[in-house]
Design a protein around this ligand. Structure first.
Ligand SMILES: Cc1ncc(COP(=O)(O)O)c(C=O)c1O
Length: 404
């Protein structure tokens, strides 16, 4: 897949800010958002960017500027959203396994909340009764997603209130007169199959009849993006058409028109991001030719965490004769970015660029092996801006208390 930023610009940024380096081309985020709004033009749809994918404050501000809302998975994400300028009404807090005090804080911030346990729902009812509208995060018992680690709606999943506990939900709702305004599901990530979303909607349609104050049905995020040449992502036009038809059909027998909410993370930001590394060492280990780069799973964990594929481009030697490489990081455990990967001939010092690094890249980074977190650069309308400085050695000691 072609890079949206020219190799010359990437080389210049690498020279200015050093590597490893994250670069985000935010015009791609804008295009992705337009694809969504276009696909759902005939539905009352609202998109909340799942900011767990990337919380750099400048990315959040860009998301706000293009008209999207924001979905948060921790109270600090919600605080970052407020800081970026989102209003409480534009923020959704979809929680999992949190202490009730975070829900109280979210209420004081005036954000939408999806509650995901009976225990917190009961506490919510006791404290707020009908005074604050709330949504329910449900577990729809649907197996979906690219792999088990990113499947969240199946029968063994920790997420949401299992739909078979609907009578208990209704009992709590009636006992405390809880104002339930929405029903939410998120079945997983990297879902290509449009039917999964249709199946999810029909689970929510069946339950909606038990609630009379709903304003939204939230189908979560999880749209698939292409990672490889020739790979297809979720067909948004098809999804838009089928969801619209399903909602139109549902509205024929439901007394009011509900909005459909989505929480795309990857779909909005994945393709905008590039991770630039430098080759430290080349090694011929038996049959295997290893290109060892100056980074590791501490900066981009997706390949090691869930065998994610990232396209890698050797921008320093595009005309080099293609050879097969294992691309590895410098961390002290197995640290493999790619195996059997055909790259134009790699030399020590070459820049290898990882595509689709905008989502869950820097965000999942750590200082493991006392390595420093990379800088982040944002490109907007062709202009590059440093949006996070590279860590310095002192950052490793920040918050440590050195005893005598
Ligand atoms: C509740 C919820 N919504 C949305 C998302 C975003 O998923 P994706 O980045 O695959 O769109 C996630 C991802 O974990 C999630 O847990």
């Amino acid at each position: 897949m072609a890079l949206s930023i020219s190799p010359i610009q990437i080389q210049a940024l690498a020279a200015t800010y050093g590597t490893p380096l994250y670069i985000y081309d935010v015009d791609t985020i804008t295009k992705q958002y337009q694809t969504l709004t276009h696909a759902f033009a005939d539905t009352n749809a609202t998109f909340f960017y799942a900011c767990k994918a990337n919380t750099n404050i400048n990315i959040l501000k860009h998301i706000l500027s293009i008209g999207a809302n924001i979905d948060c998975s921790s109270i600090n994400e919600a605080k970052l959203a407020l800081k970026a300028g989102f209003k409480g009404s534009q923020i959704l807090y979809t929680s999992n396994g949190i202490h009730f005090s975070e829900i109280e804080e979210a209420v004081s911030m005036g954000v939408h909340i999806n509650i995901d346990s009976l225990s917190n729902l009961e506490k919510f009812g006791e404290k707020y009764g009908h005074s604050y509208p709330v949504g329910l995060r449900l577990r729809p018992n649907i197996m979906a997603g690219g792999n088990l680690k990113i499947s969240t709606g199946h029968t063994k999943s920790k997420f949401g209130i299992p739909i078979e506990q609907i009578d208990e939900i209704i009992r709590l709702k009636n006992t405390y007169h809880i104002h339930i305004q929405g029903l939410h599901i998120h079945t997983g990530s990297e879902i290509k199959d449009v039917d999964v979303f249709i199946k999810g909607s029909s689970v929510l349609f069946d339950l909606a009849n038990r609630f009379d104050e709903l304003i939204y049905l939230d189908l979560g995020g999880g749209f698939k993006v292409p990672y490889k040449e020739g790979e297809e992502g979720t067909d948004m036009i098809k999804l838009g058409k089928e969801v619209t038809a399903a909602f139109n059909n549902f509205h024929q027998s439901y007394p009011k028109k509900l909005q459909v909410w989505f929480e795309p993370g990857k779909f909005l930001v994945s393709a905008s991001g590039y991770f630039v590394t430098t080759v430290n060492v080349l090694k011929q280990n038996g049959e295997t030719l290893i290109a060892g780069v100056n980074s590791g799973f501490n900066h981009l964990i997706r390949p090691m965490f869930y065998d994610a594929y990232h396209q890698i481009t050797n921008i320093s030697n595009p005309q080099g004769a293609p050879k097969n490489y294992m691309v590895t990081g410098n961390i002290c455990e197995t640290d493999t970015f790619a195996t059997d990967r055909l790259l134009s001939e790699v030399r020590e010092g070459d820049l290898l660029v990882f595509s689709n690094a905008g989502a869950y890249g820097f965000e999942m980074g750590s200082n493991y092996n006392a390595r420093l977190l990379p800088a982040q650069v944002m490109i907007k309308s062709g202009m590059a801006h440093l949006i996070r400085k590279r860590d310095v050695f002192e950052d490793l000691l920040r918050n440590q208390i050195e005893l005598d």
